[in-house]
Design a protein around this ligand. Structure first.
Ligand code: IPD
Ligand code: CA
Ligand code: CA
Length: 263
């Protein structure tokens, strides 16, 4: 990927402007709509931030494509060339109901490989960033590679959908095998917690490329493993059941899910 340093600087500038848009909105009346159901919301701020990023990318990198959650980017059916992946607000339910625990996420992929990843915890002012093969940082301070803590010694995060599912007991089994379950409601922030060793794993029921893109780049730089729950590599064009975890916890969780499927 060319112009890595320039891209990195620009993205950080844009993220801070977008964060201001999200914070300022707390004093305004915003529009909130249901997408597929009452727990799947989109606000006028999600749309405004996505639009802001798309305009910036079009100005600085006019030949590159954008995959944005709210659909104002391009129709992406392949990952050829440079593709920017945007989740303008990750944790929109938290944004609406808690005004806390939401993130702005951007990543840049080239021919399917992630080169840059950013997760910004707006209310904590914590910017997680990574450049492929150059490590990851939190507010510009390099993060250490994570310790390979096993499942029984660590906390895990599981998505709401998986935990509350009546059909399977897999997530609860993983919870019992761990030190405890924590739920935040933002795939990005849960991945950031694995990346900083506060969780040993995060399991997502059905994550889209924009939920995954940034966290995958950041966590892989820190020695974590990010795959589908069946162990296969992530499909960056579709929804995935996901796991990001320390190597030991990853192996153990995949085994448990496999046994469940076989038995
Ligand atoms: C959602 C959050 C949530 C996860 C969902 C995602 P959104 O993203 O990350 O924690 O469980 O699968 O869709 O819709 O708030 O950007
Ligand atoms: Ca999201
Ligand atoms: Ca979102």
């Amino acid at each position: 990927m060319n112009q890595i340093v320039k891209r990195d600087q620009l993205i950080k500038e844009w993220i801070y402007v977008a964060a201001d848009i999200s914070r300022t909105s707390f004093e305004q009346t915003i529009n909130i709509e249901e997408k597929t159901n009452r727990t799947d919301l989109v606000t006028s701020i999600d749309k405004e931030i996505e639009q802001y990023f798309i305009e910036k990318i079009a100005t600085h990198f006019p030949n590159e494509r954008v995959l944005g959650e709210e659909g104002s980017g391009h129709q992406i059916t392949d990952l050829k060339g440079v593709v920017w992946i945007i989740d303008p607000i990750d944790g929109t339910l938290n944004f609406v109901k808690q005004k806390n625990d939401f993130a702005i996420m951007i990543s840049v992929y080239e021919n399917g490989i992630g080169y840059l990843g950013y997760i910004y915890d707006v209310m904590k002012d914590e910017l997680y960033s990574a450049v492929k093969n150059q490590g990851a940082c939190l507010n510009e301070i390099p993060l250490k590679k994570v310790k390979d803590i096993p499942l029984r010694e660590g906390l895990v995060a599981v998505s709401h959908r998986l935990m509350s599912s009546e059909k399977n007991d897999e997530a609860r089994k993983i919870g019992r095998a761990s030190s405890g379950v924590r739920m935040v409601g933002s795939a990005g922030l849960e991945t950031a917690r694995v990346a900083t060793g506060r969780l040993v794993a995060y399991i997502g029921a059905s994550l889209a490329p924009w939920d995954i893109g940034a966290g995958k780049v950041i966590s892989e730089e820190l020695g974590l493993i990010y795959t589908q729950l069946n162990g296969e590599k992530i499909d960056m064009l579709h929804y995935n059941k996901t796991i990001v975890a320390t190597p030991s916890a990853h192996k153990e969780i995949i085994e448990k899910f496999k046994l469940d499927k076989e038995g």
